[in-house]
Design a protein around this ligand. Sequence first.
Ligand code: UFG
Length: 333
Amino acid sequence: MIYGLRILVTGGAGYIGCHAVKELVKAGHRVTVLDNLSKGHRAAVKDANFVQADLARKKIVTELLQAEQIEAVMHFAASSLVGESMQHPAAYYQNNVVNGLNLLEAMREAGVTYLVFSSTAAVYGEPIATPITEDHPTLPTNPYGATKLAVEEALAWYYRAYGLKYISLRYFNAAGADPDGDLGEDHDPETHLIPLVLKVALGQLPAVKVFGSDYPTPDGTCIRDYIHVTDLAGAHVLAIEALAGGSEPAIYNLGNGSGYSVLEVIRTAEKVTGRVLPLNTTGRRPGDPAVLVAGPEKIRRELGWEPRYSDLPTIIETAWRWHRNHPRGFAEK
Ligand code: UFG
């Protein structure tokens, strides 16, 4: 175990970032969050230093790394919506690639050599084999996945040339909320299935839209691998400690290896909430693969990662507690 690392978390006020900050602090690390609050919430950062700044301002980032004597970085700050990326690729290249490279350059200038990078299953594109293992070809079908892959490729070259050691974590579907009830999902606009389903359960939305019922799956709806955000956060702690302990660069999938259909998610949410959820089946959402399920063995084997909360009822129960207790998210009740 490695304690007391000084870690900069970019995007630490966002959904996944804030859960990771909580786990890092619990594990005894000293965290500084850098977030421009374009999507994140100041109230989501509880036990860490907070700096409101944008990665576009490289000098500020370099100075922060130096002033705080940062030893390792976790990089969550990014734009992450597939549909939006199709409409605004330039914004995705700017925010994810240009600002991502600013961070790498700032790290180089400040001599920081460990990075845990938030990547995505979207780097694989339409799967040619399921479950998807890390050696599956990377052929992204949208700018979001392409920009994340571009940074992964830069990391491989930065390692070779400058010795920057990284672990890239390719998330499948992050879901659920902090089991203590302090943190949860609060996006505007919300596009993800589980929070939308729970907003219907709360009466904030009239019906769950089901995007397509004619996929080649048992019930005709898309299958995804949902992973609890606290389990995902725990993997980041293992990854940063592995790097600081001398591990070589690596890429890992983060999923559970089991898939659930959209209808299974909705039925489970009905059981958890005790409410009947009206459905509205519409056409397919462009760009959605039928099935995305991870082969997650590599991170279990190499980092000893074990999910604790990742069965679907637990994911939905924790999310439900958050949404019921915080119907306006992180805003004041
Ligand atoms: N869905 C619906 N109705 C909705 C919202 C979603 O039926 O109102 C369906 C989608 O079609 C999809 C599934 O529910 O089949 C999950 O959709 P989400 O939007 O919750 O998540 P995605 O699988 O689209 O996206 C996730 C991550 C992305 C990542 C992508 C990889 O959120 O960051 O996986 O493909 F890029």
